[in-house]
Design a protein around this ligand. Structure first.
Ligand code: EPZ
Length: 425
């Protein structure tokens, strides 16, 4: 297993380039299942544990894939299977994204139910509701979703999501693209990753109106053609790198980004006293000498993203006062807090809010990652802690950050990856 060893206290400066988005790459790869003839070409696909798992899943289904640099070529002409096995789904909940495309293309899908998640309940009822609206009959058998379309082809429908769900919106849009007739989706998620998915589907010949709005209209077509598409940048990775600049009182520039995707986060950095400069596709953050306490309420896009909540808590341990952090998307997403308190932070948790008292001088020790963004939060804390911090189980971090320690080292951090043996009790 790997850990990151960080000697804190270095002010980060310089510029780095953002990678392609993980949360956009996954549905883009799934969408290639919809077109049966020819090869799709996806650019800017980051080399991450999760994108590797998704490539493995498509290969298991019978797709031909080649990956070089950040370019992924996929042909799903000769698919052999409609089953997404537990062995792969247990590694990554986003495997559920194959449900819609398989049902739409073959009228059949068997997808393992995703297991538990470190930060609380993550049901998939809205995915199943959408597929049933489009004409699928679904049974849960032996831990698998067994879905069939007796008529062989899905049909258009009106789908109303009671809450905004990125995944369920993505699955519904993909499935509706090949359905007979017109589908309307209301209260659709409007995350940039969903807009990118709609843009790729449209490039393949889908008829989608309203991309980027909460009301989508999809007129189904009989088939889709292979297409090429360039993935969007990873807004959460970019915001995490900017937070590394802020927490170390440095000045960091991230290139290759679209600042509109980060409007809510940049506003909070400014409220905390940082100076933000946007120049075409670059964002520069200059940190103040004293950070102001700044409350956040994590919510669906375009508001402050839950995937930056943990990193924000780490930053607020250095702010001069009390900050209140609420997460409206995942109420219990606070596994990182006991680990931060081990580093000397002073944070209380009350039901779905955290109260951060700052500033606290953190001191290095060994901490345990529990999920992807929690591990990013601990790395940020390690950058400012006195002495040495060891962040264990960074396989969580590798799921969503491409070569993060290299990027941080390039900005002046003293950070290295080491292999270690974990002894079971
Ligand atoms: C996506 O997850 C992201 N993952 C998550 O990022 C992110 O935290 C989340 O959106 C919210 O922004 C990927 O894109 C691969 P949701 P997803 O469906 O699609 C509830 C990361 O760190 N819900 O928008 O699974 C759900 O429990 C990951 O990169 C239902 O109740 O999230 C949550 O409270 C972690 N029933 C809320 O909706 C459903 O059927 C939003 O979830 C589906 C969701």
């Amino acid at each position: 297993m790997d850990k990151l060893v960080i000697n804190g206290g270095h002010r980060l400066t310089g510029s780095v380039t953002a990678s392609g988005s993980k949360n956009s790459a996954l549905p883009l790869i799934a969408a290639t299942l919809l077109c049966g003839n020819g090869t799709c070409l996806l650019e800017r696909i980051p080399d991450l544990k999760d994108t590797r798992t998704f490539r493995e899943l498509l290969a298991y289904l019978g797709a031909d894939l080649s990956y070089s640099g950040t370019t992924l070529r996929i042909s799903t002409r000769n698919l052999q299977s409609i089953q997404a096995p537990y062995e792969l789904v247990k590694k990554m909940r986003a495997s559920i994204y194959v449900l819609g495309p398989l049902l739409a293309r073959f009228g059949r899908a068997e997808v393992s139910l995703p297991g538990g998640c470190a930060f609380g309940p993550r049901p998939i009822d809205l995915h199943l509701m959408a597929m049933e609206k489009l004409g699928a009959s679904i049974t849960i058998r032996n831990g698998y979703i067994d879905a069939t379309v007796s008529s062989g082809r899905l049909h258009g429908a009106h789908i109303e999501f009671p809450i905004s769900s990125v995944g369920a919106t993505g699955n519904a849009v993909m499935a509706a693209s090949l359905a007979e007739g017109t589908t309307t989706i209301s209260n659709a998620a409007i995350e940039p990753e969903i807009t990118a998915l709609c843009d790729f589907l449209t490039a393949m010949g889908a008829r989608i109106d309203g991309a980027g709005t909460t009301t989508l209209t999809i007129e189904g077509v009989p088939s889709l053609q292979p297409a090429s598409f360039t993935n969007i940048f990873d807004r959460i990775e970019a915001a995490t790198l900017l937070a590394a600049g802020a927490i170390t009182k440095g000045t960091v520039t991230v290139n290759g980004v679209d600042a509109t995707h980060l409007a809510a986060v940049l506003k909070k950095f400014e409220q905390a006293g940082c100076t933000i400069t946007i120049d075409r596709d670059t964002i520069t953050l200059q940190s103040p000498e004293t950070l102001h306490p700044t409350d956040i309420i994590a919510s669906p896009y375009p508001l402050f993203p839950t995937d930056m909540q943990a990193q924000w808590i780490a930053l607020m341990t250095q702010a001069d006062g009390i900050s209140q952090i609420i997460d409206k998307v995942y109420h219990e997403r606070f596994n990182h807090i006991p680990e931060l308190n081990r580093l000397g932070a002073n944070i209380e948790i009350n039901t779905n809010e955290a109260i951060v008292h700052g500033p606290e001088q953190l001191t290095g020790t060994t901490v345990m990652s529990t999920d992807l963004r929690a591990s990013a939060c601990l790395v940020l804390a390690g950058l400012v802690a006195q002495g040495t911090t060891e962040v264990l189980r960074v396989y969580h971090l590798d799921r969503g950050y491409e070569k993060i320690e290299e990027k941080l080292r390039h900005l002046g951090a003293d950070i290295r990856r080491e292999h270690y043996q974990e002894f079971s009790r």
